[in-house]
Design a protein around this ligand. Structure first.
Ligand SMILES: [Zn+2]
Ligand SMILES: [Zn+2]
Length: 266
């Protein structure tokens, strides 16, 4: 299985940044080297950076798909068994280097010819096993050598109910649901003619935004939803508009009405 690199989520337990290849030099900020205090700060940053980076080795715990996994082994994919995606990326990487050489760029900026065996994008197999079932069937994953594996400490937070690392997807969903319930509770107290965003009265002289049709946030009210036409309530207008449009509201009337004039005339 080739790993999915698109997941953006961090466990609550702080992790280290795990490298497949040796960690290498602190990238640093060259500008800072011109003063004594700059050099001092750079050294402090270097120590902090090194404390956060580590090379992944067998026995460590890494994160994959919101779970902790024990690393059994790390193996290079044999040269003739590279998945097509990696072959294509390598071909492109090497072609870029050839182009830079052909364009006559300096040897220093172009660097030495990339080698398959050391290329940062080469496929590396990481063999993992569940830390709670160390005798279980190992999982083989293929990732580019440059993939940064989050490394967990031995003591980490995970959800007893679903086994995911904390915060699990269910806890995150519950948090959103709790907030939605609280919002609905507050909204249920709004007077019938209030702004459906802030819940405060819309004075006769104030401009308002009205959405024709049933009131989606307070279906118990006989009137359509109205909002203050002001910056402070604009976020609610946007979110109501999305709900209103997905409810077919946009077809009822081409544009939402600004009904302040109507109010003024009344
Ligand atoms: Zn859970
Ligand atoms: Zn308002």
């Amino acid at each position: 299985m080739i790993i999915n690199l698109d997941e953006h989520w961090n466990p609550r337990t702080p992790t280290l940044i795990g490298h497949i290849d040796p960690v290498g030099e602190f990238p640093g900020d060259i500008d800072e080297a011109s003063t004594a205090s700059g050099r001092f700060h750079r050294r402090v940053q270097e120590v902090q950076w090194q404390a956060k980076h580590t090379q992944v080795t067998a026995g460590m715990l890494v994160v994959w798909e919101r779970a902790a996994w024990r690393v059994i082994a790390i193996e290079e994919r044999p040269d003739d068994l590279w998945p097509p995606r990696f072959e294509a990326a390598w071909g492109e990487h090497h072609a870029q280097w050839l182009l830079a050489v052909a364009a006559g760029r300096s040897a220093r900026s172009v660097g030495p010819e990339p080698q398959r065996a050391t290329w940062f994008g080469r496929p590396v197999v990481i063999i993992l096993v569940s830390p709670t079932q160390p005798g279980g069937k190992p999982t083989h994953l293929v990732a580019p050598a440059s993939h940064r594996w989050p490394v967990l400490p031995e003591h980490y937070e995970s959800c007893v109910a679903c086994g995911e690392l904390a915060p699990c997807r269910h806890a995150a969903a519950n948090k959103i649901a709790d907030r939605e319930i609280a919002v609905a509770t507050v909204r249920a107290t709004f007077p019938a003619d209030a702004c459906m965003g802030c819940g405060e009265a819309i004075a006769g002289r104030q401009k308002a935004v009205a959405f024709p049709g049933p009131n989606l946030w307070r279906p118990d009210l006989p009137h359509h939803a109205r909002f203050h036409a002001r910056q402070d309530c604009a976020g609610w207008v946007d979110s109501y508009r999305r709900a209103w449009e997905s409810n077919g509201g946009g077809q009822q009337q081409a544009q939402l009405a600004l009904d302040a004039d109507e109010e003024d005339a009344a």
